[in-house]
Design a protein around this ligand. Structure first.
Ligand SMILES: [Zn+2]
Length: 91
């Protein structure tokens, strides 16, 4: 099995998605046992997955999606008033 197919399937497995057609857990593990490159890739992908899910949980815990901080509201309002650079502000 090609390394690229193995990595696509590994990434699906990490996401809890279905493996691509023709790929089984057994074949993936057999390839990992024989291919140090994919083993390393798989470890890095798993670590990255843990980091991003930890970051998402932290963001949800602090509720970054719905800012209700007055200072932040003021900043956002100022940004909107000033407009984006180069948007043809009227004089
Ligand atoms: Zn490989």
């Amino acid at each position: 099995m090609q390394c690229s197919r193995v990595r696509t399937a590994l990434s699906a497995r990490l996401d809890g998605e279905q493996l691509p057609p023709g790929v089984t857990d057994g074949r993936l593990d057999a390839h990992l046992a024989a291919c140090a490159d994919c083993r390393r890739w798989s470890e890095q992908a798993a670590r990255l997955r843990r980091l991003t899910s930890a970051a998402r949980e932290a963001a949800e815990a602090t509720d970054l999606s719905a800012p209700d901080d007055p200072a932040l509201d003021g900043l956002l309002g100022r940004l909107r008033r000033d407009g984006a650079p180069g948007d043809g502000r009227q004089v």
